[in-house]
Design a protein. Structure first.
Length: 507
């Protein structure tokens, strides 16, 4: 249980019944749920006498929900295959590039095996710095976990112990597997699935298979869908379901992206996902800008700022049947919040789109302060906050929570553990071999596994390379969209200049 918390500021709820409160207050109770969202001057709800109050001076939003990620790869830099100048047409092509194994698969596997726990905490911190409080794609850890830091969509049960979201990155193996997912959807569970990724029209066959197997239904969230056409969405919409748009990754690899206007016109819900570091944004806050850039330059501004922002808040929550849990600031939902500076007072939705990492003032999950300015973290009651350097900024982060299993490694310990593993991988390997022999599963070292089937050692049966002469683990990817990132964007020929305007958001 946490101490009750009150956040005051401009509140943007994404609750259709009460969208905005200019001078508002969000009350998060000791049960980690939102008790009230109301004007600041109204009488406080019962149980908040003497509650800790944080005067944010900013704009309070629901925490962002990233519905497409592969977090094990997010310590790597952007990847532009050497010598490649033309975009790919299918997701089945680029994993075969001769540079892929050495630049992506091997280093991701090595670091995940040598320093899995610290690696995961670094990557979740990287997501939170961009306002993300729930993320898809963090489940491959050797043992399931729930709620150390960011909500892990695959294993989050909200303490019920009942799994509600199923995921697959590749077409299912046989009709039995499709039948299982169709039944999950009938049972009001969710299925997140990579579908028709690329520009090759033949990829529409994947959509046809999903349709024929009765998986077009509420709770079905299809990632990418870049090959689909208007008639597919018109057919799909009455059945229910959502798409997950990852414009940066689509433009980077395929020089094209999902026809989101066709999806919207048909009535298919649209969500947003940052994908992975080799071909994606650093965090979901960055992906909002890519969506906005595409909207301005290619869609004639037909998406409103609110349309884009709801792709990272209420839409993904509704897509996986979690609308009664997160995604809005509304009584009864969990206290996941993002606070930013108020850059554009006339439009709080443009404010979220234009906010960059330096504008993130506070991120809390279940009302527990996780990251933010030192002033607001202290005001919110962070007991184990540590300094963290985010670009040129100095912020505070809290990774240690007494009531959360395995949330016992602070930020400096994370950095030290990763550095130690990289400095002497053989010494670390021998230590891990001894620990893996522990009969208690929870005391074995955590292994952060890659989740793409062509990389996953449990699928490929290949040993994880750790010798420095075999695998080069690059420096950890920086936490923010920085000069090195935009230089990499400018240098890559793959996207054909479609992403060049992104840097303007960070001036």
């Amino acid at each position: 249980m946490i101490a009750p918390l009150v956040l005051t500021g401009r509140v943007v709820t994404f609750d259709e019944a009460q969208p905005e409160i200019d001078d508002g207050a969000v009350y998060i109770g000791a049960d980690e749920l939102i008790a009230a969202v109301q004007p600041r001057k109204d009488k406080a709800p019962p149980g908040f006498d003497g509650a800790r109050t944080v005067r944010t001076g900013g704009v309070i939003y629901p925490g962002l929900i990233d519905l497409h990620g592969h977090i094990a790869y997010n310590s790597l830099p952007l990847w532009s295959p050497p010598g490649r100048t033309e975009p790919y047409t299918s997701r089945y092509q680029w994993p075969g590039d001769k540079s892929y194994e050495g630049m992506i698969s091997d280093p991701a596997n090595a670091l995940g095996a040598l320093a899995g726990k610290a690696h995961l905490k670094y990557l979740e911190t990287k997501a939170v710095i961009g306002g993300t409080t729930a993320i898809q794609g963090t489940a491959k850890t050797g043992r399931p976990y729930e709620g150390w830091l960011v909500r892990n969509i695959e294993y989050e049960t909200f303490t019920t112990g009942k799994k509600s979201v199923y995921v697959s990155a590749l077409p299912l193996r046989d009709d039995t597997d499709y039948d299982k997912q169709a039944q999950h959807l009938k049972d009001k569970l969710a299925f997140v699935y990579h579908l028709s990724e690329g520009t090759d029209p033949k990829l529409i066959d994947e959509y046809d298979k999903i349709r024929d197997e009765h998986c077009l239904a509420p709770g079905f969230a299809a990632i990418h869908c870049t090959a689909l056409e208007s008639e597919n969405y018109v057919e799909w919409a009455p059945k229910g379901g959502s798409i997950v748009w990852s414009p940066f990754s689509n433009l980077w690899l395929y020089r094209g992206t999902t026809d989101v206007l066709a999806a919207k016109a048909a009535g298919v819900r649209i969500c947003l996902g940052a994908d992975w570091a080799p071909s994606g944004s650093k965090n979901l806050l960055g992906e909002l800008k890519v969506a906005d850039l595409w909207n301005r330059t290619k869609l004639n501004g037909k998406l409103s700022a609110e349309d884009i922002c709801e792709m990272a808040t209420r839409n993904p929550a509704d897509a996986i049947n979690w609308g009664d849990r997160i995604g809005r600031l509304k009584p009864g939902l969990h206290g996941d919040v993002l606070v930013t500076t108020d850059r554009t007072p006339d439009d709080p939705y443009r404010n979220l789109i234009e906010s960059v990492e330096r504008d993130v003032l506070l991120v809390a999950i279940n009302g527990q302060p996780f990251y933010g300015t030192t002033k607001l973290m202290k005001a919110a009651g962070a007991e184990h906050e540590e300094p963290i350097k985010v670009g040129r900024l100095r912020r505070s982060v809290q990774l240690i929570y007494a009531d959360v299993p395995e949330a016992d490694m602070g930020w400096q310990a994370v950095l030290d553990d990763i550095a130690e593993a990289k400095a002497d991988p053989f010494k670390r390997y021998l230590k891990l071999v001894e620990q893996h022999g522990n009969p208690e599963n929870e005391k074995k070292p955590l292994w952060l596994m890659t989740d793409k089937p062509w990389d996953d050692p449990s699928v490929t049966k290949k040993p994880v390379p750790i010798a420095p002469q075999v695998v080069r683990i690059p420096p950890l990817d920086s936490l923010t969209h920085d000069t090195a990132y935009f230089k990499a964007v400018a240098a890559s020929p793959l996207h054909g200049g479609l992403l060049d305007g992104l840097r303007d958001y960070y001036v």
